[in-house]
Ligand binder design. Structure first.
Ligand SMILES: [Zn+2]
Length: 140
């Protein structure tokens, strides 16, 4: 790294094994917890996502990166070595959702809302006082 790229770097992250790693060279949205069925199935529970501009996401290791077309509108990026779920990439947006748990700490982020609460699992409650939206994203 050198010059402007280094100074603009806001975050780094990786999967469990390191076969997928990235840097973020721009602002990160605060974290939104998604309770939809797809997120719960692929993450094992609700998914905590920040979001960054696609152009600000710089992959530094892609050896394990594989994409799964999870719907007509989006694909999910995961590590085929360790199974980590890392990215949700909606094809009609210029941003990409990055799993908050993959970001190196301190992240400087906070959780601001829950989405797709209408689809949440029946095995837990949401009682942290944060905004709850029945469906999708109030902000992306
Ligand atoms: Zn991995």
């Amino acid at each position: 790294m050198s010059g402007p790229e280094k100074s603009a770097m806001r975050a780094t992250g990786r999967c469990l094994c390191g076969a997928v790693a990235y840097q973020v060279h721009g602002p990160l949205r605060d974290v939104v917890n998604c309770h939809c069925r797809q997120c719960r199935r692929t993450h094992g529970h609700m998914a905590a996502y920040t979001s960054v501009r696609r152009a600000d996401l710089h992959m530094t290791e892609t050896r394990g990166l594989k994409w799964y077309q999870s719907s007509d509108a989006a694909r999910r990026g995961f590590c085929q070595e360790c199974g980590a779920s890392l990215f949700w990439d909606s094809l009609d947006r210029d941003s990409i959702a990055v799993a908050a748990g993959s970001i190196d700490e301190p992240t400087g982020l906070k959780t601001i809302r829950h989405i797709f609460v209408a689809d949440k699992g029946d095995y837990y409650e949401i009682d942290d006082g944060l905004e709850r939206l029945p469906k999708g994203h109030g902000a992306s």
